[in-house]
Design a protein around this ligand. Structure first.
Ligand SMILES: Nc1nc2c(c(=O)[nH]1)N(C=O)[C@@H](CNc1ccc(C(=O)N[C@@H](CCC(=O)O)C(=O)O)cc1)CN2
Ligand SMILES: Nc1ncnc2c1ncn2[C@@H]1O[C@H](COP(=O)(O)OP(=O)(O)OP(=O)(O)O)[C@@H](O)[C@H]1O
Length: 209
């Protein structure tokens, strides 16, 4: 499918791209997920990671979860995003294991239950993650991204654009059909180190300004 033409209306673009990914049937979703995970398993940033955040897919998002067994076999810890209570539109990354008790958040997405796993030891500050896989609604070849519109990842990972200290490798993941010709860069957008789809691995050059 050809990349969608550029469009300044972000909400309209978001709607169209979300519609696109929902039209993929179960088989196409499974194949895309396998192809994505195959690409991810080749990346040294993941092979040498200790702490990796991913997400549970919803509404047609590409599914990164077949990676979980591979990560666990390598002794890599898996974290999931949890909506931070009391702080507006920010995330915590909470350690997940198969026995973690889960609840639905206000968007109907399953997340670790903070009453059980919110203890300090089970969550890591974002700077201590080695890799964060984040779901994209749209992306372009320059590495610009469009998310769900809440600014959750942008706020949580804003520090990564201005630090010389430790920071995770930020990898946006999406179906290839979510590519757009060009997305306007917003001042608050976090810079991605990589975008991986079922068909390609993009390594955007660092921004010069
Ligand atoms: N799978 C997954 N988990 C995730 C995210 C994500 O994009 N995907 N997030 C990434 O940020 C965070 C949650 N952010 C979200 C932001 C908006 C909506 C959303 O569906 N909004 C609805 C209407 C809002 C409502 O129901 O009140 C919509 O756009 O239709 C969902 C999640 C954390 N967890
Ligand atoms: N670092 C930040 N500090 C304060 N507000 C922010 C920050 N990043 C984003 N925002 C605000 O969040 C809102 C949503 O941003 P945007 O439309 O870029 O979300 P998104 O990138 O699609 O979502 P997400 O980051 O959850 O994937 C914007 O109104 C923006 O002003």
């Amino acid at each position: 499918m050809a990349p969608l033409a550029a469009c300044d209306d972000r909400p309209a673009l978001r709607r169209e791209l979300r519609r696109r990914r929902r039209t993929l049937d179960a088989r196409a979703q499974r194949l895309a997920s396998m192809a994505l995970v195959h690409q991810l398993m080749q990346l040294s940033s993941l092979r040498y990671a200790r702490h990796v955040a991913l997400y549970l897919p919803e509404k047609g998002e590409i599914d990164p979860t077949p990676l979980v067994d591979w990560l666990h076999r390598r002794g890599i810890r898996v974290y999931l995003p949890v909506l931070r209570p009391l702080v507006e539109n920010r995330l915590w990354f909470v350690h997940w294991r198969p026995d973690t008790h889960m609840v639905l958040n206000r968007f109907g997405i399953t997340e670790p239950d903070l009453r059980q796993s919110g203890h300090r030891i089970r969550r890591l500050p974002p700077w201590a993650m080695d890799v964060v896989l984040m779901p994209l609604v749209g992306f372009d070849a320059q590495g610009h991204r469009l998310g769900m519109g809440g600014g959750f990842y942008d706020r949580t990972l804003a520090f990564a654009s201005n630090t010389c200290g430790p920071r995770p490798t930020l990898i946006g993941v999406a179906h290839d059909c979510q590519q757009v010709e060009a997305l306007p860069h917003q001042p608050w957008d976090v810079n991605l180190d990589m975008i991986v789809s079922d068909r390609q691995v993009l390594r955007p050059r660092p921004a010069t300004s």
